[in-house]
Design a protein around this ligand. Sequence first.
Ligand SMILES: O=C[C@H](O)[C@H](O)[C@H](O)COP(=O)(O)O
Length: 228
Amino acid sequence: MNQNELKRLVGEKSVEWVKNGMIVGLGTGSTVRYMVDALGRRIAEEDLQITGVTTSSVTAKQAEALGIPLISVDEADHIDIVIDGADEISSYFQGIKGGGAALLFEKIVAVNSTKVLWIVDESKMVDKLGAFPLPVEVIPYGSQKLFDRFAAKGLNPTFRKQENGSLLLTDSDNYIIDLHLEQIDDPHALAEYLIHQVGVVEHGLFLDMVNDVIVGKQVGPVVLHARN
Ligand SMILES: O=C[C@H](O)[C@H](O)[C@H](O)COP(=O)(O)O
């Protein structure tokens, strides 16, 4: 199976975690896309009654097209489970997310969910985080100052751009600065530093948050349980 087939495998497997009546957080990304499609099929074929809480305009558009009823995170009195992708997951079940620039809404939905389930192909499983550039969402005002501070600290920042060369805007009209770190030895210390920089809205380190991970391997989907 190629990477896309592994993404499809875990996306389709993950909807087994969804039961009738649940409020379900719908993540973002190419793996989640398969999950949302599979949920749409279950709704059509089994009369599954669920309500979705989306984490990006892209996922909202897909879910609406499939007829998945949606409410906003603020309207949800609880969220039973959020199913989301990840860019890297370490052997300690810490993650980097935000490759699709949706990290802010994804983290808000994750911290408000009873259960967090990540779905990834096996290439996302790493010993240590950091080979994937760490996304940091920042407000535009003063973002060059933040960029310069990150550069001075040796964090190798780049502004994320669109294909046409202009700066990418998130769903909240913020910028993304990607930190090219190669290896993150102490994710908690880095998270603490980043969140205290004025102008940083959120960063892509998702620490101590995930409950279960479904990893797409050649032998099939493998479920891992984090010790939390
Ligand atoms: O902002 C995007 C999200 O954090 C995605 O869940 C993450 O980038 C993984 O995406 P994909 O499933 O496309 O590899």
